[in-house]
Design a protein around this ligand. Structure first.
Ligand SMILES: Cc1ncc(COP(=O)(O)O)c(C=O)c1O
Length: 392
């Protein structure tokens, strides 16, 4: 029998009552601007119903595209022309569409190790082979890129693209340094290799200045940059955008998906345009930065206060995630099972590796868990690690 669809399944999978879960990198529902969105939808139905309920232009709703261009002009000094942007039904759909349009089954793609596990699934869906390159505290180790590209080229392989999450990466929280961004682009330009820049966390920055995107540094039109309303508003909206060179954007606009179904989510796009043009998005992002910074700080402070000396973790300046490295001989998978018995959940890092997993990493998400549970959960985790270290 088919199981009934349960929209809350992932939330319930956060464990039995009383569980503290650091598993889900979901946005915090207390931040969803439901009332302002309701007003924007009311206005949409009142003023633009026939447009909002019709198939939309393939590129997406023009005024929202223009709003996004203005926003990125203000925030990133990025000068975007209309033909460089198209709307997507979220970054996930954008990535899937990139695989459809730019790759063929059997192509290799290059990814960071670790990288977002759901993107790895998308690559598998398309029959792509992900080859991984390790990251350090500055992001992808560029020296490892050239040998892999040369090896694949020698074997006559057509490489799909390099996939990067440069800002506050999921799962590690690490940001790709400016120097590495430039060095990666130099290598990719030499190989004419497309770069997919999945930048869904770039606005959730908690200190310092944002770095220029790979898209803005690219001189050869190789970068496709994915953005999304999921993390800065609500994932249920299923709306995002893709930036690329005009000929590449055109490939997507002219695709079967867009010709058959029209542009992404016209109803949502029109309501979001009303919301954004009311001046609400940028202050909302500012309040999200304060909200998530506070949660991150509680988690970092708790880790500092309770973890034994041999445990290391990243200190992200944005995003949703902290990446913990366990000391040998501890393995994340063993720890996950033991933690569950004590009503504590986190993500063992193995799923985030395309090839041989490293075994000793955990991903802790601070975005979704209630603030008052963070310290208690980290103390539980520290006690568990100390106990396991003593018993070895
Ligand atoms: C790195 C990364 N890319 C893409 C997505 C999905 O974004 P969207 O909701 O816009 O499809 C996520 C969601 O967790 C993510 O972490």
């Amino acid at each position: 029998m088919t199981k009934a669809y349960d929209p809350l399944a992932s939330v319930q999978a956060a464990g039995p009552p009383g569980t503290i879960s650091f598993v889900y990198g979901l946005p915090d529902p207390v931040t969803f601007p439901a009332d302002d969105l309701r007003l924007a939808f009311e206005k949409t139905f009142k003023e633009k119903a026939s447009l909002a309920l019709q198939y939309g232009p393939e590129q997406g709703y023009g005024p929202l595209i223009d709003y996004l261009r203005e926003k990125m002009g203000r925030g990133e000094s990025l000068k975007l022309e209309r033909p460089q942007i198209t709307l997507t039904s979220g970054a996930a759909q954008g990535l899937d569409h990139i695989c459809t349009m730019l790759t063929r089954p059997g192509d290799p793609v290059i990814v960071e190790a670790p990288t977002y596990h759901e993107s790895l699934k998308t690559f598998r869906d398309h029959g792509l082979h992900a080859a991984q390159i390790p990251i350090d505290e500055e992001g992808l180790i560029v020296g490892r890129l050239l040998p892999i590209l040369e090896k694949l080229k020698k074997r006559g392989k057509r490489i799909g693209f390099l996939y990067l999450i440069p800002s506050f990466q999921n799962p590690s929280g690490i940001t790709l340094s400016l120097q590495r961004r430039k060095a990666i682009l130099d290598v990719c330009q030499a190989f004419d290799l497309p770069v997919v820049e999945d930048d869904v966390y770039c606005d959730l920055i908690y200190e310092g200045k944002p770095l220029p995107s790979l898209f803005s540094l690219d001189k050869k039109g190789l970068v496709l940059r994915l953005g999304s309303f999921s993390k800065i508003m609500a994932p249920g909206l299923r709306l995002g955008w893709m930036l690329a060179s005009p000929p590449l954007v055109d490939v997507f606009i002219q695709s079967g998906l867009r010709n058959m179904g029209g542009g992404a989510n016209p109803l949502i796009a029109i309501a979001l345009d009303f919301y954004c043009r009311n001046g609400l998005l940028e202050p909302h992002i500012k309040s999200l930065q304060d909200h998530y910074r506070a949660k991150r700080d509680i988690m970092l402070r708790s880790l500092e206060e309770s973890m034994p000396g041999r445990v290391h973790w990243t200190k992200p300046s944005g995003g949703f995630f902290i990446w913990v490295e366990l000391p040998p001989p501890l393995r994340a998978a063993d720890l996950t099972a033991k933690a569950k018995e004590e009503k504590l959940m986190f993500f063992a890092g193995d799923a985030f590796f395309a090839e041989s997993p490293a075994g000793q990493y955990l991903r802790l998400a601070f975005s979704y868990v209630q603030p008052e549970k963070i310290q208690k959960g980290i103390e539980k985790l520290s006690r568990l690690i100390k106990r396991e270290l003593l018993s070895r």
